[in-house]
Design a protein around this ligand. Structure first.
Ligand code: DQA
Length: 143
C-alpha cells in the first residue's frame, strides 16, 4: 500500500519554526518514526513551498497511490486550485493540521480543502500524521 504525505509552505521549517506552536521535531525525524511504525507500508514524503508543485504532485500520485495525507499549510485557507486538484483525483485524501487551527486566528478557521477530503485531523501535533495514515489503513480494511 503506497501512501504519500504532502506538506505545503513553511512546513520544511518544522522543528525551527514557532516551536511553541509546531514543536521541536523536524518532519524528517518524525517521518523516520512513521516508517518504523508502519513497516508494511510504502511511505513517501513530499514538501513544497509552491502551490503549482503541490498540484503537480497530487496529479502525479492521485490515480495510483492508495492514500494521500496533506497539510497544505496556509494554502488550506486560500487555495481553490488545490481544492480542485483534490476533487480531480481518485486517491482518498486526508487533511492534517499540526496545531488546533480553531484555537488560533479566525482566518485559520476556514479550510477550502476540508469539503473535498475524506476527513480532517486537527491539533494533535505531528502525531496527527500517524492518525491520518492509520485512518487510510482503516479505509481499506473491511471493518
Ligand atoms: C497548519 C495551520 C495553518 O494555518 C498554517 O498556515 C500552517 C500550518 C498546521 O499544521 O497547523 O502553515 O496547517
Amino acid at each position: 500500500m503506497k501512501i504519500i504525505i504532502i506538506n505545503g509552505p513553511n512546513l520544511n521549517l518544522l522543528g525551527k519554526r514557532e516551536p511553541g506552536i509546531y514543536g521541536r521535531e523536524s518532519f524528517e525525524a518524525h517521518f523516520a518514526k512513521l516508517q518504523e511504525e508502519f513497516p508494511h507500508l510504502t511511505l513517501h514524503y513530499f514538501q513544497s513551498n509552491h502551490e503549482g508543485e503541490l498540484i503537480d504532485k497530487l496529479h502525479e500520485v492521485g490515480f495510483s497511490y492508495e492514500g494521500i495525507v496533506i497539510n497544505a499549510g496556509a494554502y488550506t485557507h486560500t487555495s481553490i486550485a488545490i481544492t480542485d486538484a483534490i476533487s480531480s483525483i481518485r486517491t482518498p485524501v486526508v487533511e492534517v493540521h499540526i496545531s488546533n487551527v480553531y484555537d488560533r486566528e479566525a482566518f485559520r478557521h476556514h479550510s477550502y480543502l476540508s469539503p473535498v477530503c475524506k476527513g480532517v485531523i486537527v491539533g494533535f501535533g505531528l502525531r496527527g500524521y500517524d492518525l491520518a495514515v492509520q485512518s487510510l489503513i482503516w479505509h481499506y480494511s473491511d471493518r
